[in-house]
Design a protein around this ligand. Structure first.
Ligand code: KIV
Ligand code: NA
Length: 255
């Protein structure tokens, strides 16, 4: 299947088996997750925090994304490979299309960008050019500095309307799915029930969306210094690395 076919297949999972999505930033992780059968690998700009050591995603450059997208693509995943457009790379339809094309050339099947109504025209330009797009609504990490923190969305009638209108605009522009981040569970469930495309949740309650996305470091415990409250670790990689380092010290230096 090519990228467009993979995105269409995911789109048709609406109402069917729930979608599994995880972030991946490098070849071995991508290969392991894909071999496990994960549906969608996201080269998220969370890369900036959990791999590159920046305080938030606003420091991620286009070159960072290209570099890591190409690494993940070398794993030749069967699952859908989605790459984030980082901050500042989608100011207008033309610039957005140019950047998206380069991520596709690097091996992405699809791209993701943050926001609703103000991105609709750009999303339409991408889908018209045959590039599958995933939306992202709710808490938008690229705006964390303006918003002064990571805040839950969908608490007020205005916010609910903003989410509904944003989602509708994205669907009209042709997205194959929408990620909802940190949306009140009841609101995420309502959006899931009404939207024609799959919703993929993070921090929205575990059963409210058509699928779930998690940052792989939160799943495997590879970034112990910050763990979001909704994370559900299934492994403790940081302890394994520390233990291996101590065993190595012992082997080299003796007791
Ligand atoms: O960058 C990222 O990891 C994301 C997910 C949180 C959806 O955008
Ligand atoms: Na992201």
């Amino acid at each position: 299947m090519n990228g467009t076919e993979k995105a269409q297949a995911l789109r048709h999972r609406k109402g069917g088996r729930r979608i599994t999505a995880l972030t991946a930033y490098d070849y071995p992780t991508a290969r392991l997750l894909d071999e496990a059968g994960i549906d969608m690998l996201l080269v998220g700009d969370s890369l900036g925090m959990v791999v590159l050591g920046f305080p938030d995603t606003t420091h991620v450059t286009f070159d960072h994304m290209l570099h890591h997208t190409a690494a993940v693509a070398r794993a030749q995943p069967k699952g859908l490979l989605v790459a984030d457009l980082p901050i500042g790379t989608y100011p207008d339809p033309e610039t957005t299309l140019a950047h998206a094309r380069r991520l596709i050339e690097a091996g992405a099947d699809a791209v993701k960008l943050e926001g609703g109504i103000r991105q609709a025209e750009k999303v339409a330009a991408l889908t018209a050019a045959g590039i599958p797009v995933c939306g992202h609504l709710g808490m938008l990490p690229q705006r964390v500095l303006e918003e002064g923190g990571y805040k839950k969305k969908g608490r007020t009638p205005e916010q609910i309307e903003w989410l509904q209108e944003g989602a509708r605009a994205l669907v009209e522009a042709g997205v194959f799915a929408i990620v909802f981040e940190s949306v009140v569970p009841e609101v995420a469930a309502e959006l899931t029930a009404t939207l024609p495309v799959p919703t993929i949740g993070i921090g929205c309650g575990e059963t409210t969306c058509d699928g779930e996305v998690a940052v792989v470091s939160d799943l495997v415990g590879s970034f112990p210094w910050f763990v979001p409250p909704f994370a559900r670790p299934e492994a403790d990689i940081s302890s394994s690395i520390r233990e291996a380092a101590r065993a190595y010290q012992h082997r080299v230096q003796g007791p």
